[in-house]
Design a protein around this ligand. Sequence first.
Ligand SMILES: Cc1cc2nc3c(=O)[nH]c(=O)nc-3n(C[C@H](O)[C@H](O)[C@H](O)COP(=O)(O)OP(=O)(O)OC[C@H]3O[C@@H](n4cnc5c(N)ncnc54)[C@H](O)[C@@H]3O)c2cc1C
Length: 436
Amino acid sequence: MGGPEILRPDEPGYDEARRVWNAMIDRRPAAIVRCRGAADVVGALALARRDGLEVGVRCGGHSVAGHAVPDGGLMIDLTPMGGVRVDPEGRRAWVQGGALLGALDAATQPFGLATTAGNVSHTGVGGLTLGGGMGWLARAHGLACDNVVSFEVVTASGDVVRASATENTELYWGLRGGGGNFGVVTEFEFRLHDVGTETLTVELDFPASAAAGAMALWRDLALAAPRRATFEATVTGGVVTLGFVWVGDPDEGRGLARGLEALGAPVEQREIERSYLALQTCGDTPQGHAQRRYWKGHYLPALPDAAIEAFLAQDPSMAASLQTYGGAIADVPADATAFGHRGTAFEYVGAARWTDPVEDATRTTTVRAGASGIAPFARGAYVNALSDDGDAGVGRAYPAASLARLTALKDAVDPDNVFHLNQNIRPSRHAGAAAR
Ligand SMILES: Cc1cc2nc3c(=O)[nH]c(=O)nc-3n(C[C@H](O)[C@H](O)[C@H](O)COP(=O)(O)OP(=O)(O)OC[C@H]3O[C@@H](n4cnc5c(N)ncnc54)[C@H](O)[C@@H]3O)c2cc1C
């Protein structure tokens, strides 16, 4: 059968394989190893070691910083490993390390089952789950990482190991939130939940300049909402959209929609009933590839009125969103997984997309300014919402005790920092080294 396909610059398929979601990323690996299983990953790591090449790991390619693509290095391309196997009776799914969220949802929904996955189906299970994994099911069933029963991992030394509650338990702790720092995950075993196939989305549009009162009421409803509802607010172009997503029987979610009537008369409103699969793919086109992107994120323990004002004042050329956490996310003790910010009430993301490189500086400056406006209310950040934040960002993503424990794990499993193209947990001997 031979080894994996290796693409070198200018070979057919090379340009397609190095392209990722953010069109600002234009890097040229020396080799792209298209892995079909753990043995190929072991071989790729050996090749990188032999040739002294920097290693990047690619699943869905949605890291906004483009961490998957090493310039002049070796890209471990997991995209050929996109398979999902489901045991509906045992409520388990085994997902290969290069799978996209859409493959996971498509395999589980015929049984009315699902596990927490993000909101855009072309995002990778790999990066999303290893950083935490927020989605419409998280308040009811925990983050994606909370639903991983076991991982199959290729370590920096080329060993293939399992990590679970009974095997390599410290690695199991670190893989649930610590990102791609500890090895290449070739298979995730997920717990599945009976969520049915129906959803309801309710959205009310208000002029942002006159929505502070409505948004304060929305906040109060959001904090008291049942776990099957995830409240979301988006502001862009001078309009704020306030509402929620309900997973389950739409009639049961409608009572909550009536509660939103207290917000006053919107300029427009929508109540959308659709299948869970349709919900999970409705963002695919607006959040599509081939655009230049930049974003910044914060976690907020509360949403005081002043934070609402800062949110509504975001520049109309960018889009900013708030999404509720809590529920099952907060049930998990802060030290049970590497994902530590369990007390988060709202996640903020400020983002921009454009196509002309001439706009790069103004667009990124605008997003930074928007995020600065929210910073006084923030406590921590989601590691998967970091971009070019460097060590300071990693410091915000993990509480101090978690970061110390992650560093000890890194020292044990990747002391040479082979896996550093990520939001990097530096091993002790690399502490203070210049950020790459
Ligand atoms: C359009 C869009 C929508 C999003 N929606 C959500 C959302 O709803 N919820 C949410 O929580 N996040 C969301 N995110 C953020 C997302 O979780 C991160 O961007 C994440 O890094 C994407 O993972 P990926 O596998 O697609 O990216 P990649 O760029 O392929 O990987 C990112 C990094 O993850 C690591 N990695 C990936 N796979 C593996 C693996 N198998 N083994 C080891 N390391 C690996 C590597 O370090 C890699 O550099 C979204 C991002 C985008 C662009």
